[in-house]
Design a protein around this ligand. Structure first.
Ligand code: 3UK
Length: 526
């Protein structure tokens, strides 16, 4: 699809809904919910447009104004998509909240974003109930499955509202949505994206790499609250008139395979850990993958071994590509038939990239440096975070903090991070945050956390722990510490391996020397 110049006014929901109906896709399936036992499983484009308008009208009636933030805390579902698009339809700004976040983080985001409204599924309410009345600007709580007097019920809000609604006359360059991402200390940062940035991204990766069309049915294992999941399950497919499978449950390898065999998607989006788990679950060795024409990986580097094994087993290439919340979606990717296993692929059209040394000079081909990228989907900045915005968004360039090298053929190779953050299972771990959590345990004096590469070639977290006098490192304590971190932080942040040491390597100024620990972790696992 050609990248057409957008007018001064542009609401992305018009392009994704009204234009699709005009194009003759009214009866085409937009969403199929894989939730055995639920009544409504399929939603056509026409039905989706009507639901989005109903919610937009409902939110307006409640009192939601343009530019006000609307937080969404729901499992993947048609209602979640309707919440997202309904808010944008009226010029409000939706923010998906990670359903695994602990109470303090949810509270932080609700306060930091100054959300006026929360649309929440009842199961997530219990944890938040006490906090909600004390969050200063949160006026309206809409509950899916409301069961208490005084709650605004999602379904009732829909059924009491008209299905006709013109999109709010948004400027193409005003903010359409925010996505929160982790920072080095674990404090989330709100990344702000405009209508035009979404359009740019939807017409790039999904066109150039996937050749997505209304013939496709896509399924993304990563949830809608991840930028990767949202792009793959909303922005890309609706832009191209494709259909999407949503799955509200936990995507175990068994469930993912069951879904692929039952719903028969043509494209599977996942993170390396999902591919690895399917490959390493013996019963799944011969699952029926015949509906798939493409498999996509992002979130963290895809090890070449996974790429090779997947091709051998299923005859399918996995296309690795790197994207980020700040860049909205993928900007470097492998192409069909031109995959270099272990590399992130080549730059997408419309983007420019440069790899810089610490002093800002470009590195020669083959040498490592920090990847900077430029293109029409780069975010406007972080909300309420002047310093990090200045350090990351450098004029037209985004400093990704990823270390890369480029080869002579233009393929990019990921070589790590320039900061302490790392990914495991495609999601961020801030070592400082995990170290702080460990230090709160009564037996722990000090802790240092670094990534290590496990036998499947995937990154996991390793904790080096110094115990207080009188405590002895044993298997039982390892388990206790892992469980303890799980009570403090999101479950995926708990260290996979804990090793007890007498002291941690520190600089003269008292900082943990994480590089020394990383070397040690490497040696430990060889
Ligand atoms: C790392 C990769 C090597 C890299 C994302 C696709 O992951 C996404 O967004 P996040 O903000 O994280 C971004 C960071 O994750 N990374 C992602 N993909 C790769 N490293 N190879 C890869 N293929 O450090 C990057 O800076 O969570 C991915 C689309 C949308 C997204 N938001």
């Amino acid at each position: 699809m050609e990248r057409k110049a957008l007018g001064r006014y542009f609401n992305i929901t018009k392009r994704l809904l009204d234009d699709r109906l005009e194009q003759g896709l009214a009866d085409g399936i937009a969403y199929r919910c894989y939730n055995p036992g639920q009544a409504r499983t399929e939603t056509t484009y026409k039905e989706l447009a009507a639901l989005v308008n109903q919610l937009g009208n409902g939110l307006r009636k409640l009192g939601i104004q343009p530019e006000q933030r609307v937080a969404i805390l729901q499992n993947d579902s048609i209602e979640a998509v309707v919440s997202l698009l309904g808010a944008i339809r009226i010029g409000a700004i939706p923010i998906f909240l990670n359903t695994m976040l602990k109470r303090d983080k949810l509270r932080f985001i609700l306060e930091d974003s100054r959300a006026a409204c929360l649309i929440v599924e009842r199961q997530f309410l219990a944890d938040l109930q006490e906090d909600l009345p004390t969050i200063p600007h949160l006026k309206y709580v809409v509950v899916r499955g409301a069961d208490k007097p005084g709650q605004v019920d999602f379904e009732q809000l829909l059924s009491a509202s008209s299905s006709a609604l013109d999109p709010f006359n948004s400027f193409r360059d005003e903010i359409a949505l925010w996505q929160y991402t982790s920072g080095t200390t674990g404090e989330p940062k709100g990344v702000m994206h405009t209508h035009r940035q979404i359009a740019f991204s939807a017409s790039t990766f999904f066109n150039e790499i996937l050749n997505l069309s209304s013939e496709d049915l896509s399924y993304c294992v990563s949830k809608l609250f991840f930028g990767y999941g949202q792009g793959n399950s909303v922005w890309g497919p609706l832009w191209h008139g494709a259909s999407v499978v949503l799955f509200p449950g936990r995507p175990t390898p068994e469930k993912v395979v069951e879904l692929v065999q039952t719903c028969r998607p043509t494209i599977l989006f996942a993170a390396p850990t999902h591919y690895s788990k399917i490959l390493h679950t013996p019963d799944l060795a011969s699952f029926d993958s015949s509906s798939l024409r493409l498999c996509i990986s992002a979130g963290e580097a895809l090890p070449s071994t996974i790429c090779d094994e997947w091709r051998e087993r299923y005859g399918l290439e996995v296309l690795d590509g790197i994207g980020s919340t700040e860049a909205f979606h993928v900007f470097i990717a492998n192409r069909i038939g031109q995959v270099r296993p272990g590399s992130s692929g080549k730059l997408l059209s419309g983007y420019e990239a440069k790899i810089l040394r610490r002093d800002g000079k470009a590195v020669p081909v083959g040498k490592e440096g920090v990847l900077h990228v430029k293109g029409g989907s780069i975010a406007t900045g972080y909300w309420n975070n002047y310093e990090k915005t200045k350090a990351t968004f450098l004029g037209e360039w985004l400093n990704t903090s990823d270390i890369y090298r480029i080869d002579e053929d233009g393929y990019y190779w990921h070589c790590g991070r320039a900061d302490d953050l790392f990914k495991t299972g495609g999601v961020w771990v801030s070592p400082i945050e995990v170290e702080n959590a460990l230090r709160e345990h009564g037996a722990v004096m000090d802790a240092g956390v670094v990534p290590f590469v496990n036998p499947e070639k995937l990154q996991k977290a390793m904790a080096y722990v110094v115990l207080k006098a009188g405590h002895v490192g044993c298997e039982e304590l390892v388990k206790q510490l892992k469980d303890f971190v799980k009570t403090k932080l999101e479950p995926y942040k708990r260290p996979e391996v804990v090793e007890f040491v007498d002291k941690l390597p520190r600089t003269t100024t008292g900082k943990i020397q994480r590089n020394a620990l990383k070397e040690r972790a490497k040696a430990h696992h060889q």
